[in-house]
Design a protein. Structure first.
Length: 314
C-alpha cells in the first residue's frame, strides 16, 4: 500500500510539472536538445564519440571504449570468444605488454578492478579505465591504449593458453544457485538465444579455441563502425576531440562488414509463469517481468512517458 501511495503522489507531481512548469501542453512535442556540456560526433569511418567536461573530481578522467558486439554474434564454434577477447586485451597489445599496462596504471595510482576493467554482455563489450589527467603524456598513453584495444590486441599462443585457465576458473566460480535460477528465467523472458549464448561461453570451446580463431573473431567484429569512445572528466573538450580524431580516424572498416544478428524478444499473448525449485534456495520469492515497448527519446513527450514508466517499474 505504501508503494502505491508513493507512486500516485509521484504521478501527481509529474502531472503538475507537466501542466504548469516544465511540460506545457503546447511544449510536449518539442524536440529534445542535447546538453550543451556534452559534445558528440561521428568520424568518417563510423566511430562515434561523446565528450563531457566534468571538473569534479579535479584532474581525473574516465575513458570508455564500447564495441557493439557480444555473445549473441558468436558462431557455434566461437561460444565465449567475445569474452575471451576481452580478457586478452589485458595480456598484450601493440604498445603495451601485460606488465607495461599494469605498471602504467600503478605508477599513476590506479588499481585493476576499480580503475581498470572491462565487461562482455550478450550485445556489447565495454572497456573502461580512469586516469589522472594533469599531464599530457598520461592522456596520450590513455588514447594509445584505447586505440590498441580497438585495433591492436595481440593473441600470442602462450598468453591465450594461460588466460584459458583463468576463464575456466571463472566459469567454475559461476556455478551457483543464482546462476541456475537465472538460466531458467532468461529463456522465458528474453528467448532461447540468450540462454544458448551466455557471455562466459561453453567449457568445451574455451578449452580448445585457438589463438588464430580468437584473432579472426576480433578482426571480424572490432570495426570502427561498431565502436564508440566516451571521455568524461576534467579535460579540455577541444583537445580531447582532436585526440579522438587523430587516434581513430585512420582505422578502416572491412570491405565486407559482417551484419549484426538480430534476436527478437518473444511477445506473449497470455500470462506466462515459471516455477523454479532448487535445493540451495533458502527462501521463497515472487518475480514479475513485464515487457514494455520502448520508444526513442525524441521529444519532451517521449521523455515524460519514459519517466512515468521508470517510476512505475521501480
Amino acid at each position: 500500500m505504501k508503494r502505491i501511495i508513493i507512486f500516485v503522489i509521484l504521478l501527481l507531481l509529474l502531472s503538475s510539472c507537466a501542466s504548469h512548469v516544465v511540460f506545457g501542453p503546447e511544449d510536449l512535442n518539442k524536440d529534445l536538445v542535447n546538453d550543451p556540456k556534452t559534445r558528440t560526433g561521428v568520424l568518417e569511418n563510423g566511430l562515434q564519440y561523446v565528450i563531457r567536461v566534468n571538473k569534479n573530481p579535479e584532474k581525473k578522467t574516465e575513458f570508455r571504449l564500447g564495441v557493439n558486439v557480444g555473445s549473441l554474434q558468436e558462431e557455434e564454434d566461437e561460444q565465449g570468444a567475445a569474452h575471451f577477447i576481452e580478457h586478452m586485451a589485458f595480456n598484450g597489445t601493440d604498445h603495451f605488454s601485460q606488465k607495461e599496462l599494469f605498471d602504467f596504471f600503478q605508477e599513476n595510482g590506479m588499481t585493476f578492478g576499480s580503475d581498470l576493467n572491462a565487461s562482455t554482455s550478450h550485445t556489447r563489450t565495454v572497456y573502461r579505465f580512469s586516469l589522472p589527467t594533469d599531464q599530457r603524456e598520461i592522456i596520450d598513453k590513455g588514447f594509445l591504449l584505447l586505440k590498441d584495444w580497438a585495433h591492436g590486441i595481440r593473441f600470442e599462443k602462450q598468453e591465450v593458453n594461460k588466460e584459458r585457465n583463468v576463464i575456466l576458473e571463472e566459469l567454475r566460480a559461476r556455478k551457483s544457485v543464482t546462476k541456475r535460477v537465472k538460466d531458467q528465467i532468461m529463456p522465458l523472458v528474453y528467448g532461447p538465444s540468450y540462454l544458448n549464448r551466455p557471455p562466459i561461453g561453453k567449457k568445451s570451446i574455451i578449452k580448445t579455441i585457438s589463438h588464430q580463431k580468437l584473432k579472426a573473431v576480433y578482426k571480424r567484429w572490432y570495426q570502427p563502425e561498431r565502436m564508440s569512445v566516451v571521455i568524461v572528466g576534467d579535460i579540455d573538450a577541444d583537445e580531447i576531440e582532436s585526440k579522438i580524431k587523430s587516434s581513430f580516424s585512420g582505422l578502416k572498416n572491412s570491405e565486407n562488414l559482417s551484419e549484426l544478428n538480430d534476436f527478437d524478444i518473444p511477445r506473449y499473448n497470455s500470462f506466462q509463469y515459471l516455477n523454479i525449485h532448487d535445493p540451495e534456495l533458502i527462501e521463497s520469492s515472487i518475480r514479475i517481468y513485464q515487457h514494455i515497448k520502448t520508444r526513442k527519446l525524441l521529444t519532451e513527450r517521449d521523455l515524460r512517458h519514459r519517466m512515468i514508466e521508470q517510476i512505475y517499474m521501480t
